[in-house]
Structures are given as structure tokens and as C-alpha cells.
Design a protein around this ligand. Sequence first.
Ligand code: AKG
Length: 330
Amino acid sequence: MRGNLDIFTHSRMEIPGIDWQKCAFTEDDAGLLVENFSRLGFLLLRNHGISGQLVEEAFRIAQKFFLLDSSVKKRFLRGTLSDNNAGYVAYQMESLNTANTDKKEALNITCSPWLLPDSLSFLSRLDDFYREAFALGMHILEQLGSFLSPCGDKNVLRKYHSFQSLGVYTEKDGIVAKEKKKKKKAASTLRLLHYPPSSSSSSTETDLEVLAGAHSDYGTITLLFQDSCGGLQVQHGAEWVSVPAQEQGALVVNAGDLLEIWTGGRIPSTKHRVVATPELFNSFNGRYSIAVFIHPDDDTLVQPLFGNTEKYQSVLASDYVGGRFQVSYP
Ligand SMILES: O=C(O)CCC(=O)C(=O)O
């Protein structure tokens, strides 16, 4: 134990872990958070406070969605809804790295209004999960801001992130759409991911099957929930560090490109990928994960505030994410 943080991994080649509930969030704790987050741009957060029931329900909803017939899912393809990033990403439709197409399917749920048909109405139950995840994300940003800003300003990063509930709604709560129109827009997204069971039965250290190509995330921070299949790896120089699967219910937090810019490189947005594991070969349903991508409001000018402020150029949040999407979805 160091301060109020329980650092349960010490090797430079492991993802640092933090017990979030034990943290009183003093200035010392914020310093240790920054210190550990700075190492790889990844953290494992135990006791994160998000209701286990909500997490389990979110995974059940993901399974229910991906089990739908592919002809149903394809009715809601990404690019055909009012928000360009919302919708279903079919198997091999995305290339997180141009070297190969990803062996996964995904559903992007953004905060822009999406009137769900009856067949998808169960997706509206994801809102509470998203709300808790977003609140945790804001708490993390407050801690980072309070340590990094010279005057201890908790709001220095948080203030650019307005909360909006997910845009999914059904006929009976149509009011959601009206409320959304008044609010600021942001690219924050809840993403359900499914990696079907691998067809290949051999994946060795030297010959790994890549299911999601190496990439960095585009926004501020990502909260990632994964099942027990494992396979997430984080780049460290020429090596790949494996992220333990679902360690004691821990969730993964990683920095996106915009946090790297804001922190002048102090907290890096590190490349990561997903590879096939023996657990995936043996699993009947494949691998499931859920990512909450937290982005600043579209009109935010993201500029280096701390760290090496000379190294990065300012960028408009909406321009940056738009550019990255163009490359991922050829
Ligand atoms: O599925 C995962 O574990 C990671 C997904 C990911 O990195 C992404 O969608 O950006």
C-alpha cells in the first residue's frame, strides 16, 4: 500500500492497478494516480463503484443484440443513422489498424437521438450503466486535473465534458429527442463489442491472430469492461503487455489521444490491440467487451495545458475525431 492507493502490480511490464474505493482522493492520491497512469497510459481499476448488476446487465444486453440475425443487425449499419458514428459495425467492416480488418462486430451507441424499433428496444436499458461509467470518468478527470493544474483546479479537464444520456429512446419516451437538441454535442460513445469464436486453433506468441488491430483511442479516456477471454494487449516499446481478463471485476481505464495532447504527453495514449487467446478458441460464444469512450464537447479546442506544451498542436475535438473515423472505416 502506498498512501490510500493499493498498487497491486509493480513491474514496469504490468498494467498498474488501483483500488478506487479505498481512495479518499486527497492530493497525494491524485499524485499516485497520475504517476501510475503516466507509465503506460493504462490502469486497472478495482472496486470502481459501478454497480455489478448494471455491468452484468450490460453484457446480457450485448449478447442479446449480437445473437440477433445478421439481417436484422444490418438494418442499422453504421453510417445509415442520423449520427454517422452510431449503428452496427459488421464483421470485418472496421480496420483499427490499416494492416488488417478487425475480426469483430460492434454496436456504437452515441448520444444523438436514435428512435429504436421494437426489435431493439432493450438497448434503452443501457442508459444507467452509461451514466455511472461517465460519472466515474468525470471523477478520474477531476483527480487528474487537481494534481496536474498548478492551482489544483479539479475542473480544468472536466469542464469540457458535458454529460448527455445515450440517444437511444423508444416511442413512449420521445421527449429525449427534444431535450437532446438543446444540448452540446460530443462524440462520447458506448460501444458493445463481440469477437466471434476464432476459426483458427493455433495462436502462439510468435503467430498471434489479431482480432482488433493496434490503435490508440481518439478521445479523452476510455473505460473498458471485458469478459474472461482476455486478449487485450498494450504496446510497450517492442513488446506487448497483456491486460488480465476481468481481474477481480476490475475495469480497464486508458488515455485517449486528446488526453495525451492536454497533458503534453505526460499521460500517453498508448496503442493496444486484441489477439485470440486459448480461452477464445474454447469459448462457445466468443469474446465480449464494452467500451465507454469519453470525448470532450465537439467545439472544444484541445491544447496542451501541462507537460511538454511545445510538442503538440491544438486541435478542434470534432475535427480530430472525424479525421480518425475516416481512416478506421475505409
Ligand atoms: O475489445 C477490447 O477489449 C478493446 C476494444 C478497443 O480497443 C476499441 O474498440 O477501441
